[in-house]
Design a protein around this ligand. Structure first.
Ligand SMILES: Cc1ncc(COP(=O)(O)O)c(C=O)c1O
Length: 432
């Protein structure tokens, strides 16, 4: 899938109905209150099957390392989950999977291993990184006495220009860490271009990418990108909280790392495994394959890629509607008193369905409360939060209302969101 010429194509009515039936609490919250959940970047709407299958598996007390019939069944569930993860990442068979409780834990673990074992004098990252990778790089650069270099964000696109990263790389660079989709601006990094640009200056450099916000929207292709690691968090991509997965390239997998003595050299999981989390992930892949609707017998990777391609095209249609509106309703670009950031180049530059906006006459925190009063959930990312400050300042902002719908939403729901936004802006302008 080309991320530079995003195709916008809504789902067929049949697919839309199927998709909406799979999600829990899509129209009402746990208290039965009507709401539009446009805060999927903070934790996405959940597939019923992902939670139900995980629960089903977790009801068995057996260890999957035992020889009983039940245990062998659990081992098969985990094996299928691992196959599905490899297919999802587009990873190399000789690579490894690191299961953790959070994506942040994984990032700290792999940055520590790389800084311990790959010789170098500097680490390169970007101003747009989530704290999990930025702080891991800062900490381990300091610990190993390496220089810490930060590529600036592009204030026009809210993204990262691969040339800005490559400009900081030299023969002494041990590690480059670049985010795939920004959790604040929605800008998508051309990871393959970053890898090509940095390896042109240093062929040995390790490259890791934070795929957490990219994963629900686009196709990860770790081998084609040429990265050494990609991490994801299922709770941002229709699954449960409490687990995360990272793909490691064969050469990264082979570096010395924490492991039990009896485990194989490419095993990164430490301690007993939880087949339930793999069952949940397989349910996500089954769902994507069903959305892709490919011919029976299609291999797993091709089937899920077809599904993700359809998801991406639908989301791009939602994004365009958000920005440009419909025949009945003005889009964010034309609403008086509303400013949507980095939208001017949205038609030509890849971005995911994460939209930062501000109101001329209303602070972000008040706008978020006004949305909730009108049955819409969004979230403010403001510079008073240490999690957001550096990233916001890097793109020249003090705060934004982050709007993050999901592919299970309809064009009509986007229209409803725009009507609510217009009402909030009018009230703000009237000083109410
Ligand atoms: C881009 C990005 N990376 C990493 C993380 C961290 O994920 P986790 O909470 O699983 O550590 C987040 C969470 O919001 C994120 O948005």
């Amino acid at each position: 899938m080309s991320r530079t010429t995003p195709e916008a194509r809504p789902f067929s009515a049949r697919t839309m109905t199927f998709v909406r039936e799979q999600f829990a609490h899509l129209e009402r919250d746990v208290h039965g209150t009507d709401r539009l959940f446009f805060e999927n970047s903070g934790g996405s709407l959940r597939l019923r099957a992902a939670a139900e299958r995980a629960l089903d598996i977790s009801l068995s007390p057996d260890s999957n390392s035992r020889p009983t019939r039940v245990a062998r069944g659990l081992a098969r569930v985990q094996k299928q989950g691992e196959e599905d993860l490899l297919a999802f990442f587009g990873g190399h068979r000789d690579g490894a999977l690191l299961p953790t409780a959070t994506a942040s834990q994984a990032m700290f673990a792999l940055v520590r291993v790389i800084t311990d074992h790959v010789p170098g004098t500097n680490i390169v990252t970007t101003a747009l990184e989530h704290p999990s990778s930025y702080d891991a790089c800062t900490l381990h650069a300091e610990r190993t006495g390496q220089e810490f270099r930060v590529a600036p964000a592009d204030q026009g696109t809210g993204g990262i220009d691969p040339r800005a990263v490559a400009a900081l790389v030299d023969a002494g660079t041990s590690l480059v860490s670049v985010i795939a989709t920004s959790n604040i601006t929605g800008a998508v990094t051309d990871i393959a271009a970053v890898v090509a640009a940095v390896r042109a200056k240093n062929p040995e450099v390790y490259v890791v990418t934070d795929g957490v916000q990219y994963a629900p929207h686009g196709i990860i292709d770790a081998r084609a990108w040429g990265v050494d690691a990609v991490n994801i968090a299922p709770y941002k991509m229709f699954g449960d909280r409490g687990n995360a997965f990272t793909y490691l390239s064969p050469r990264l997998a082979a570096l010395p790392h924490d492991k039990l003595a009896a485990a194989g050299s490419d095993t990164w999981a430490v301690g007993s495994s939880a087949p339930a989390v793999y069952a949940g992930f397989s349910a996500i892949v089954d769902y994507l394959a069903a959305v892709g609707d490919t011919a029976p017998g299609t291999d797993r990777r091709s089937a899920l890629v077809a599904g993700m391609r359809a998801v991406h095209a639908h989301e791009q249609a939602l994004l365009r509607t958000l920005l440009d509106g419909t025949d009945n309703q003005a889009g964010l670009r034309r609403l008086p008193g509303v400013h949507v950031h980095f939208a001017d180049r949205a038609a030509t530059l890849p971005r995911d369905l994460i939209v930062p906006l501000t109101f001329d006459d209303l602070p972000c925190t008040e706008a978020v409360r006004a949305y909730e009063e009108r049955g819409v959930i969004v979230y403010e990312r403001v510079a008073s939060s240490p999690y957001s400050e550096r990233i916001l300042r890097a793109v020249g902002l003090e705060g934004v209302v982050r709007v993050s719908p999901l592919h299970c939403h309809t064009l009509e729901e986007i229209e409803r969101f725009l009507r609510v936004t217009q009402e909030i802006a009018e009230k703000g302008r009237a000083g109410e």
